[in-house]
Design a protein around this ligand. Sequence first.
Ligand SMILES: Cc1cc2nc3c(=O)[nH]c(=O)nc-3n(C[C@H](O)[C@H](O)[C@H](O)COP(=O)(O)O)c2cc1C
Length: 362
Amino acid sequence: MKDNLLSRRSFVKMSTASVAALSIPAIMNAAGNSSDVPQTPQTPQTPQRPQGQMPIPPQWLPKTVSPGWDAGDADSFTRYYFDSLMLESRYIDSDIPSTKLNLFGETFDTPIMTAALSHIRGTADESGLAVFAKAAKECNAVFWMGTGSDAELEEVVATGARTVKIIKPFEENSEVIRRIKHAEGLGCLAVGMDIDHSFNMRGGYDIVMGQRMKSKSTSDIKSFVNATKLPFIVKGVLSVADAKRCLDAGVSGIVISHHGGRLPYAIPPLVALEQIAQTVKGKMKIFVDCGIVSGVDAYKCLALGADAVGVGRHLMFLVQEGVDATAKRMKEMNDELAGVMSATGIMSLDKMDPTVVHHTIL
Ligand SMILES: Cc1cc2nc3c(=O)[nH]c(=O)nc-3n(C[C@H](O)[C@H](O)[C@H](O)COP(=O)(O)O)c2cc1C
């Protein structure tokens, strides 16, 4: 028992530092906006990103970790929860599965999408968002874009990637609607808002790229839904209460997410997913992001009720290595997902079964 507790503690510590290794603001452009990056303390070193999956071997980890690093760190709780979920196998009558995703009238090869990022560093020739978008297109995966200028959105859409544009909760709803119309005019797949970025977490509204944010009401969200022909998605839902409000507002989907730990002690998205799915599954699309680093993590989200998942920081550093490196890892993750599907007797995404997943305390 003691050994278990010790190994659990050391696992949590290690995965916390692993997340630190993946979220160093060194990835950002000089002009980037640090308030949008999941809140993780800066570390004095910038370890190189290893290939493959987390957990990252100790030699890659920063040597110094800020005091209080563990306090309330939602990323580490999220990782721990993922690893507490075990899978049973179902080989008999199983076969090679399909990972095709039907979403908003279009078909994609994988339910593993890019998370909505912004300000990411690219290669010598291309912006980070353009590389990320091309990698998603290469995998026939949905590409999500976070905050950014009209020109940046035009650049990613021009890559041919099927794009979901996430708009900030700008103080003025007229600016939100202007951006919705812009995305609609460009032919985006869907549009949405990260409602979890209205507050600065110090008792005020946040300011992003010099623009003031403001929290949104159910009726604000309804007005965004009514302003567009595109599916409207709310990102940053972590409670049944907000999910019900989204249902009332008529949204087409929600992203269950803590935005990489914006709220200290935020529950792991998978905890919220299980509760939310009981209420809204089938009435809107359910997406999940935060801490997904493998096809197995993706599988757990899908089994517990998600329609598709987003991967951010795990792919982010590969973007600097180019389209092929990023697409390669996305395809590997999809292969990992397919591998677990075949071993658990799940032949397609619509046949996912939550009873495959066992909640255990290691
Ligand atoms: C560099 C960076 C920029 C981000 N920018 C945005 C953004 O503009 N809009 C948004 O909704 N989320 C943004 N996010 C949050 C991600 O969409 C995602 O919720 C978060 O990173 C958790 O997923 P992950 O653990 O796979 O990285 C950003 C994250 C990072 C790391």
